[in-house]
Design a protein around this ligand. Structure first.
Ligand SMILES: Cc1cc2nc3c(=O)[nH]c(=O)nc-3n(C[C@H](O)[C@H](O)[C@H](O)COP(=O)(O)O)c2cc1C
Length: 339
């Protein structure tokens, strides 16, 4: 996809922050290529006149397996910020996760989407995180997504070069001038451990998902700690460069979890057939990050809708051409080789 216009729209600082990854961006690039290396093996002569992309997540039927990933500071992408992505999700039947670094209040975004999820970072000031959990609960969010791959920020050279400064995330009640991303990320609590997860699961009072798990042993630990779901993710290649990709990490995690919790995946999902591959490898749903932002940068809410509509149309076409009309029937039998 030609994205040379994005640098003009966003400017160097914001473009570097939103598009960039950690280190040499090896994982950032691998995220996309590893989905393309999974090969589909279509069945012919199957009646595909009716297709159904719906899946079950957290025990509830959803119209779509596509979920908009939590992404920070969306008002730097378009004036409506999180309202644009949330409305885009609602209009296309996609799931939605609001970042705790949102630039629009959770109370304002929540009512725009059915069953929104709230993403949480644990800050050094634990009370700030607990207040966020209470806000999410009171605003009717359905689940809490605790991101666990961010004890410290990744080594992001584009941000170091530009010194990009961000609007204060509304939920954190910060005063003073805009902070650099590095200053904001320094608020995260690097001492968070498994011992803390139970307390957050309890405080949540709603299903808890852990986001940023890449190892089967950690996935099992998450289930044992009470997680209702696991999001297999390397944070869009923004944390530790050269780590494995979602496509690579997913199959062993699905096997280890063995149906005891939902498993979602993200990173580099750009096409409807990538979503089908994620489901075939055992995911219950797939999160999409940057493509939604690029739609918003170009056309606000309408741009987000256009991106999500195309992903759904591609998924529909994939279900037909693959000979698996119901997304919930996708399994590894639809694939030639596993990564
Ligand atoms: C600009 C940007 C901001 C992000 N902010 C958050 C965040 O606040 N919380 C979080 O858990 N993940 C965050 N992520 C990671 C995404 O939720 C997701 O894991 C990743 O973007 C998926 O990869 P993709 O962009 O290749 O689709 C962010 C990603 C980007 C690109």
């Amino acid at each position: 996809m030609d994205d040379t216009d994005l640098l003009d729209i966003l400017g160097d600082g914001a473009h570097g922050y939103f598009a960039g990854g950690a280190g040499d961006e090896i994982t950032l690039r691998a995220n996309e290529t590893s989905w393309s290396q999974v090969r589909l093996a279509p069945r012919v002569l199957v009646d595909v006149s009716e297709r159904d992309p719906s899946v079950t997540l957290l025990g509830k039927q959803r119209p779509s397996p596509i979920v908009v990933a939590p992404m920070a500071y969306q008002k730097h992408v378009c004036p409506d910020g999180e309202l644009a992505s949330a409305r885009g999700a609602a209009r296309t039947g996609s799931g939605y996760v609001l970042s705790s670094q949102t630039t629009t209040a959770p109370t304002v975004v929540g009512p725009e989407v059915s069953d929104p999820w709230f993403q949480l970072y644990v800050f050094r000031d634990r009370q700030v995180s607990l207040d966020l959990v209470a806000q999410a609960r009171e605003s009717g969010y359905e689940a809490l997504v605790l991101t666990v791959d961010f004890p410290v920020a990744g080594w992001r050279e584009r941000d170091k070069r530009t010194g990009f400064r961000v609007e204060h995330p509304v939920a954190l009640n910060l005063d003073g001038p805009p902070l650099t991303t590095e200053e904001l990320f320094a608020l995260h609590d690097p001492s968070l451990t498994w011992d803390d997860i139970g307390a957050f699961a309890e405080a949540a009072g709603m299903p808890l998902l852990l986001k940023g798990v890449l190892r089967p042993d950690d996935a099992e630990r998450a289930v044992d700690a009470g997680a209702a779901g696991i999001i297999v993710s390397n944070h869009g290649g923004r944390q530790l460069d050269t780590v494995l990709t979602g496509a690579e990490a997913l199959p062993p995690i699905v096997d280890a979890v063995a149906g005891r919790a939902d498993v979602l995946v993200d990173g580099g999902i750009r096409r409807g057939w990538d979503v089908a591959k994620a489901l075939a490898l055992g995911a219950d749903a797939a999160l999409v990050g940057r493509p939604v932002l690029w739609g918003m940068a170009r056309g606000g809410e309408e741009g987000a809708v256009a991106v999500l509509e195309q992903l759904h149309a591609e998924l529909d076409s994939t279900l037909a051409l693959l000979g698996v009309p119901n997304a919930r029937d996708l399994d590894r039998g639809a694939l030639v080789s596993q990564v």
